[in-house]
Design a protein around this ligand. Structure first.
Ligand SMILES: [Cu+2]
Length: 162
C-alpha cells in the first residue's frame, strides 16, 4: 500500500467514524471514582463532544448508585481555596465543540453512594441535555487513574466533604 493510499484510507476511515456520530452528543472516556470503600460520595468524569451545529447544555444527571446526583465544578474562594459548588445553570457544550469533565473542574457528583465504587465496576449514569435529551452512559470505575496534570489536588479531599 502506497503512502498516498494509506493516507486516503485513514482519511476515509476518519470521515466514516465522524459520520457515525455526525448527529448528537458523544461521550468520550468516562470514568468514575471515589476516595475509598467507605467513601460516602464519588464523582464521574468524561469528555462530552457535541457534533451538532447548536450549542447544548448538560442540565442534570441521574444514577441508581447514589441518593443524589449533582453537577459540580470547582471554584476558588476569596481565600484562594478550591471549593466544589453545584452548577445551577448546567455545563455548556459548545456547538461542534467539547466540554471536559475532569478532576479539579466540572464533574458529575455522586452523593450518598448506595454501594462502594469498586475498581472494575461499571455504573450507569443518565445524562440529561437541554437539547439532546437523555443519554445513558456506562461508566467504568477507575480508582487508579491519576488526575490530569495541573487538575486539582485530589477530588478525594473534596469527596469527604461531600
Ligand atoms: Cu463534587
Amino acid at each position: 500500500m502506497s503512502i498516498k493510499t494509506t493516507l486516503f484510507t485513514a482519511v476515509a476511515a476518519a470521515l466514516i467514524s465522524t459520520a457515525a456520530f455526525a448527529e448528537g452528543i458523544m461521550i468520550k472516556d468516562p470514568y468514575a471514582r471515589s476516595s475509598g470503600a467507605n467513601a460516602v460520595s464519588g464523582a464521574a468524569f468524561m469528555g462530552i463532544m457535541n457534533h451538532t451545529d447548536a450549542a447544548d447544555r448538560l442540565i442534570a444527571a441521574r444514577s441508581d448508585v447514589a441518593a443524589r446526583v449533582e453537577l459540580h465544578t470547582h471554584l476558588m474562594d476569596a481565600n484562594g481555596v478550591m471549593r466544589m459548588v453545584e452548577v445551577e445553570d448546567g455545563i455548556p457544550v459548545p456547538a461542534q465543540g467539547m466540554a471536559m469533565l475532569q478532576r479539579g473542574g466540572d464533574h458529575v457528583m455522586l452523593m450518598g453512594l448506595n454501594q462502594p465504587l469498586a475498581q472494575g465496576d461499571e455504573i450507569t449514569i443518565t445524562l440529561v441535555f437541554e437539547t439532546a435529551g437523555e443519554i445513558e452512559v456506562t461508566v467504568p470505575v477507575d480508582l487508579e487513574r491519576k488526575p490530569e496534570h495541573g487538575a486539582g489536588h485530589g477530588h478525594g479531599t473534596m469527596n469527604t466533604d461531600g
